[in-house]
Design a protein around this ligand. Structure first.
Ligand SMILES: Nc1ncnc2c1ncn2[C@@H]1O[C@H](COP(=O)(O)OP(=O)(O)OP(=O)(O)O)[C@@H](O)[C@H]1O
Length: 339
C-alpha cells in the first residue's frame, strides 16, 4: 500500500476526534496506511479493538466513510511488573476491589468475554480464595480439572480459557489460608495452566488489601490494575486503599470502574442513584486515572451471571463493551507514557 502523508494527517485528526473509547488518546499516524487511488485505508491498533462499534462511529463521518476501511489489531505485549519473567500470558490485568460483593467477579467475566469476542486471545484466572465465583458464572461449578502433559486444562466458554482456585480446593479450606498458601495456589494456577498463547490474562483477585492480596499482587507479572467499587462511602474508602496498594507496589492503575452506580427505571429510563453519585469519579481523580465506566444495577445482568449454566449466551451491554475497550486502550497509553 502507498502512503500519502497529507491525507494521513487529515484522517488521523478525524479519527482522533471520534467519540469511541479506542480513540480517546488519539490515533498514532503509524497505525494508518492508505491508498488514495483506490480509497482503501487500513487502521491497525496495538490493542484489542471492537470493530463493529468503531465502524459505526466512522460511518457517521462523511469524510471517513468515503474510504473503504480495514480495521485490524496487532496486540502489543507491554512491560509488566516483573521484567525477569517470560511474558507467556500476555498482558496481565488484575481486577481488584477494596471490599467484597461490589461486582469484581462480574466485571472480570464481562471484561474477559468482551475482549475475547473482539478476537483477542484471553484467559481468565479466578484467584478469589474467599469466594471463587467464576466456575458458577461460566456455568461449570462442578467441573473437575483435567491434567494433560503435566498441565491443568482450562475450562472454555466460547473462545475464553478460564481456571479457578475454586477447582483446586474446597471453599471452606481456602478461607482460612494464610498468604504463602494462597500465593502458592495462585502460582500453580498461573504457571501450570495450559493457557496457550494469550494476549490478555484477566485476574479476579480476592477482595481487600491485606497480606494475601499484597503477596498475590507481588507474585504476578502484572501489567495494570482495575479497581472496582460501588458508590457507597464504605466501598469507596476500601477502594481507596486498593488504589493506594497498587501505587505502593508500582503497578499502574488503569482506572476505577464504578459498578451498581444507578438503577434505571424499566418504564421511563430515569436513573436513580441509590448509593450516592460521583464517588468513583472522585476516587479516579484523586489518583489521576480514568473512570473506566459507570455500570447500572441491572437485575437481568446479575440473573444472567447467577444462572449461566442454563443459558447459551451471556449478553454484554454496549457500556460493558465500551469499558473493556477503554481498559485496553488506556493500558496501552499508560505504558507508552512510562517508557
Ligand atoms: N451491575 C450489576 N447489576 C446487577 N447485579 C450485579 C451487578 N454486578 C454484580 N451483580 C451481582 O451481585 C452479586 C455479587 O457480584 P460479584 O460476585 O461479581 O461480586 P464480587 O465483588 O466479586 O464479590 P466477592 O467479593 O464476594 O467475590 C452477584 O450475584 C452478581 O450477579
Amino acid at each position: 500500500m502507498k502512503s500519502f502523508s497529507a491525507k494521513n494527517e487529515q484522517l488521523v485528526a478525524l479519527l482522533s476526534d471520534l467519540a469511541h473509547p479506542a480513540c480517546e488518546h488519539g490515533i498514532h499516524p503509524d497505525w494508518l496506511s492508505l491508498d488514495s487511488d483506490t480509497k482503501e485505508a487500513k487502521l491497525t491498533f496495538p490493542f484489542a479493538i471492537d470493530k463493529p462499534s468503531l465502524i459505526a462511529a466512522m460511518d457517521n463521518d462523511p469524510d471517513l466513510s468515503a474510504w473503504q476501511w480495514t480495521i485490524d489489531c496487532q496486540i502489543k505485549r507491554l512491560a509488566n511488573s516483573k521484567p525477569d519473567l517470560p511474558m507467556k500470558t500476555g498482558n496481565v490485568i488484575v481486577v481488584s476491589s477494596g471490599k467484597g460483593g461490589v461486582g469484581k467477579s462480574s466485571v472480570s467475566v464481562s471484561l474477559a468475554l468482551a475482549l475475547s469476542r473482539m478476537g483477542a486471545r484471553v484467559g481468565l484466572l479466578d484467584a478469589d480464595i474467599y469466594g471463587p465465583s467464576i466456575p458458577t458464572m461460566l456455568g461449570k461449578p462442578e467441573h473437575k480439572l483435567e491434567v494433560k502433559n503435566d498441565k491443568l486444562q482450562p475450562i472454555k466458554y466460547e473462545q475464553l480459557s478460564a481456571n479457578s482456585i475454586g477447582y483446586l480446593v474446597d471453599d471452606n479450606d481456602a478461607t482460612i489460608w494464610r498468604g504463602p498458601m494462597a500465593s502458592r495456589a495462585l502460582q500453580q494456577l498461573f504457571n501450570d495452566t495450559d493457557w496457550g498463547l494469550l494476549d490478555y490474562l484477566i485476574v479476579d483477585m480476592p477482595p481487600g488489601t491485606g497480606d494475601i492480596q499484597l503477596t498475590m499482587a507481588q507474585q504476578l507479572p502484572v501489567t495494570g490494575a482495575v479497581v472496582v467499587t460501588t458508590p457507597q462511602n464504605v466501598a469507596l474508602k476500601d477502594a481507596e486503599k486498593g488504589a493506594s496498594m497498587f501505587e505502593r507496589l508500582e503497578i499502574p492503575l488503569i482506572g476505577v470502574l464504578e459498578n451498581m452506580s444507578y438503577f434505571e427505571c424499566g418504564h421511563c429510563g430515569t436513573p436513580t442513584y441509590l448509593f450516592g453519585q460521583g464517588g468513583g469519579e472522585q476516587l479516579a481523580r484523586r489518583h489521576a486515572v480514568k473512570t473506566l465506566g459507570q455500570w447500572p444495577l441491572t437485575p437481568e445482568f446479575g440473573a444472567q451471571l447467577d444462572a449461566l449454566q442454563k443459558q447459551t449466551t451471556l449478553e454484554l451491554s454496549a457500556l460493558q463493551k465500551q469499558t473493556a475497550q477503554r481498559v485496553v486502550a488506556e493500558l496501552y497509553h499508560l505504558k507508552q507514557q512510562s517508557v
